[in-house]
Ligand binder design. Sequence first.
Ligand SMILES: CC(C)=CCC/C(C)=C/CC/C(C)=C/CC/C(C)=C/COC[C@H](O)COP(=O)(O)O
Ligand SMILES: CC(C)=CCC/C(C)=C/CC/C(C)=C/CC/C(C)=C/COP(=O)(O)OP(=O)(O)O
Ligand SMILES: [Mg+2]
Length: 284
Amino acid sequence: MTVGETGRGLLELTRPVNVIAASALTFIGAFVAGGVAEEPLAVAAAVVATGLAVGAGNAINDYFDREIDRINQPGRAIPRGAVSPRGALAFSGLLFAGAVALAVTLPATAIAIAGVNLLALVAYTEFFKGLPGLGNALVAYLVGSTFLFGAAAVGEIAPAVVLFVLAAIATLTREIIKDVEDIEGDREEGLNTLPIAVGERKALVVAAVLLVVSVVASPIPFLRGYFGVAYLLVVAPADAVMLLAAYESFADPTTGQSRLKYGMFLAALAFIVGRAALEVPLLV
Ligand SMILES: CC(C)=CCC/C(C)=C/CC/C(C)=C/CC/C(C)=C/COC[C@H](O)COP(=O)(O)O
Ligand SMILES: CC(C)=CCC/C(C)=C/CC/C(C)=C/CC/C(C)=C/COP(=O)(O)OP(=O)(O)O
Ligand SMILES: [Mg+2]
C-alpha cells in the first residue's frame, strides 16, 4: 500500500461530502441566528469542529462496521486494505481531539451540544445502530443539531430550532431508507434495524409519512418570519425532489436515498436564501 493510497483511504473514511455538508449546516445555524459578522472566530471554530467531528464519526463508524462492510461495501477503505483498522481508529481519535479542542472555546450551550454529540458519535455504531429506529433517530438528531450548534456558537438559538426539526425528520426518513438498502448485510451481522424488525415495506411507509410531515412543516420558517418569501421559491422544488425520492425508494431504495440527499442539500440552500432574503426589502 503506497502513502498516497493510504492518504486517499484516510480522506475517504471521513466522507468529505458529509464533512463539508454538515459544516455548512453549522454555518447556516450561525447565519440564521444573525451572528456571523459579530462572532466570525466563534463561527469558524464551530464550523471546523463540526467537520472534524463528522470525519471522526464516519471513521469510527467504518472501524466498527468493518465486518458488515466486507458484505455491504467491500470497496470501502478498510475492507479493501487501504487503511488498517488500528490506523482508522487512531485517525478517528485524532479528529475527535481536534473537535474537542475547538468546541471548548465556544459558549456553554455550544459546548454542551458538542459534548453530547461527540459521545453519541462514539456510541452510535456499537450501541444504537442495531436498535430499530433508535440508531436512525440518533443520526437524525446529530444532523439536525448542527443548526443548533452553529446558532449556539453566536448566542441566539431560537431560529435554529425549526431548522433542527425539519433536518432531523428528513434525515430520519433517509436513514430508514438506507437501512432498507443495507438489509442483507445488517441481517448477516445480526442487527435488528427497523426494516428487519417490521419489514421493508412498512419501514418505507414510515419513512414516507415522516417525510410528508417535514414537507408540510417546511413553510414554518417563513410563517414565523425567520426567512423571506424567496425561501418558498427554493424549498418548494426541494420538497418536490424529496417527495419523489421517497416514492422512488419503494422500487429502488438506493436511487431513492441518493436523490433524497440532493433534495436535502437543496433545502439547506433554501435556508441560506431565505435568511439572506430578509436583508433585501423586496424579498422579505
Ligand atoms: C423538509 C425540509 C426543508 C428538510 C430540511 C432538510 C435538510 C436541510 C437536511 C440536512 C441534511 C444534510 C444536508 C446533511 C448533511 C450530510 C450528513 C452529515 C448526513 C448524515 O450522514 C449519515 C449518513 O448515514 C451517512 O451515509 P451517506 O450519506 O450515504 O454517506
Ligand atoms: C455539531 C457537532 C459537534 C457534531 C455533529 C455531528 C454530525 C452532524 C454527525 C452527522 C451524522 C454522522 C456522521 C453520524 C456518524 C455515524 C454514521 C456514519 C452513521 C451512518 O452510517 P451507517 O448507518 O453505518 O451506514 P453507512 O456506513 O452505510 O453509511
Ligand atoms: Mg457504516
